[in-house]
Design a protein around this ligand. Structure first.
Ligand code: TXA
Ligand code: MG
Length: 334
């Protein structure tokens, strides 16, 4: 049950310790970063991550940014190329997020990346977020700590007004410095402009400044040609990179997926929920947070097993069920 008001604790050793205990128990905590307040959970715990989506009332699963203590921790989760290493050296800790291939053995819950094979990762500079990462000893998934569709919060009061009792604890460490979400870069494409500008990025990419990277999107974002990215853009490798919020290329199974199934047809692997037992269940007790936590893992497993097709039980549209249904509709679309 949610409480009407969140607990707001001023930054300090005791507050960090209490927040870390909550995180390690699979809970969620609002915590400032140098950009905006984030709603943090243990990125290795799928149910904890599902609680973030539930608290925000998100109608879909947008992949989340993972926050870690330093480059070494980031390298255990993602694969860095020369560009990424150069940008990390120049801007971490700080308001830059890198989208990189995720390691198979990263331990990060599939719900964090919404089943993608890339991960958005950053090393924050803020003492509160750094303190919470250190005390909880976990990589922290954290979207901005506002209700879905709301404005990103830059004070604890904003968080309380937007999320109310959906968040049990807010670490209050004053107003954030940047007030604008981190810059997101994939390859040499800016997916989201932010505090780290295109010019600053260009100055630190290998290849001696502008010349060799004149056709990159980072270059096109710099000084004279400033414009926000719109829609999918080709990356230098020729692979399409999709802008945040437009990720229709979310993981979809390669097999046919039939929705609202009560029984399995021949050749189908049935993913159950509640009364529909299936070959395996998202949640036999009908718990939607548990179902969200298992969704991507079970879809991946069903896609990989010997069955020819996949079917999935009806999922109610209540609360986080809306996001589950949104994801299933996309996964079933061919
Ligand atoms: O400053 C920030 O970045 C804040 C603080 C809390 O760190 N966080 C934040 O998170 O703004 P959020 O969830 O509101 O925005 C994350 C963005 C989304 O637009 C999402 O689509 C994009 O990152 N994203 C995450 N993973 C991605 C991926 N693998 N590929 C492309 N975009 C990704
Ligand atoms: Mg946001």
């Amino acid at each position: 049950m949610t409480r009407p008001h969140p607990r707001i604790l001023p930054y300090g050793t005791a507050a960090i310790a209490e927040a870390a205990t909550l995180i390690r128990a699979g809970g969620i905590v609002a915590v400032p970063t140098e950009t905006v307040y984030g709603l943090a959970a243990d990125a290795t715990n799928a149910e904890a991550v599902a609680r973030i989506y539930a608290a925000k009332g998100r109608p879909s699963f947008n992949p989340l940014i993972v926050h870690v203590a330093d480059l070494a921790a980031a390298e255990r989760i993602a694969v860095f190329d020369a560009d990424a290493l150069a940008l990390a050296a120049a801007f971490w800790p700080g308001p830059l997020t890198l989208v990189l291939p995720v390691r198979a053995e990263s331990g990060i819950a599939a719900l964090v990346t919404a089943g993608l094979d890339t991960i958005a990762i950053r090393v924050p500079r803020h003492r509160s977020m750094q303190g919470l990462i250190a005390a909880s000893e976990r990589p922290l998934a954290a979207p901005s700590a506002n209700a879905s569709g709301g404005i990103s919060p830059t004070t604890a009061a904003h968080v309380a007004a937007s999320l109310g009792g959906n968040v049990p604890l807010i670490l209050d460490d004053g107003a954030t410095e940047a007030g604008l979400e981190s810059t997101i870069v994939a390859g040499r494409t800016i997916l989201r402009p932010g505090p780290v500008t295109a010019d600053a990025l260009l100055n630190h990419l290998p290849g001696e400044g502008r010349g060799p990277i004149g056709t990159s999107d980072v270059a096109r974002h710099s000084a004279d040609h400033h414009r926000p990215p719109i829609g999918p853009r080709p990356s230098p490798g020729g692979r399409a990179v999709t802008a945040p919020g437009q990720l229709d290329s979310h993981y979809a199974p390669s097999k046919v997926l039939r929705l609202n199934a009560i029984d399995a047809d021949r050749d189908e692997w049935l993913i159950g929920f509640g009364d529909v037992a299936g070959d395996v269940s998202l949640s036999a007790s009908g718990n939607l947070v548990k179902a969200a936590a298992r969704l991507f893992d079970l879809l991946h497993a069903a896609d990989a097993n010997a069955s020819a097709r996949i079917a999935i039980a009806p999922i109610p549209f209540d609360g986080i069920g809306e996001a589950i249904n949104d994801r299933l509709r996309r996964a079933a679309h061919r």
